[in-house]
Design a protein. Sequence first.
Length: 212
Amino acid sequence: MRNRAITPRRCPTIPLYARLVRYGFRKHATYVWATLAGAFTNSVFGILRAYILIALWQARPGLAGYDMTDAITYCFVTQAFIGPMQLFGGGLGLPERIRSGDIALDLVRPAPLQAWSLAEDAGRAAYLFLVRGIPPMLVGALVFGIHFPAGPGRWLAFLTGFALGVVVSFGWRYLIALSVCWLLDDRGVAVVSLVLTTFFSELNVSIAPTLL
């Protein structure tokens, strides 16, 4: 009897998730001008925040052990991550589908709803990082000067942290979206979520403990 080489079976869901990531990327790529407008807005607010931090660091040099360039780098990195992390909530479209009943179609798809939504959201985050996230950091580098990761290891750590942040952001927004299953409207939960995410993300109060 001939010996046949046993080849592992390929998981059919991996190409599916890859296509979903690509779909999420292309879906948001249709709104190029809206994305560029968001990048411009984030850059302008980044410049305003940077000048506030410059004034603060001139009054208190070496605050919390950081120099002025560290503070400006943090300012523009947070501005760049607003879009990919979907800091102000939303971005999934699940609440509307739950209210309309279309969620029933999503539950019979050939992949779990959570994994399906995460794959699409990963494509969205990748597009917004490239088109809406990188311009504010370039503006900060050209106007003020910022720190960049030194070496491949630091870049890998930076990108890994970004990927984990996208997953955490998705998980939080996914829970907020599913609250519509028990509530008539998710706007109240979304407002509470906005307050909590804005505060705990340290977008506005990153240096508050050092001022006490």
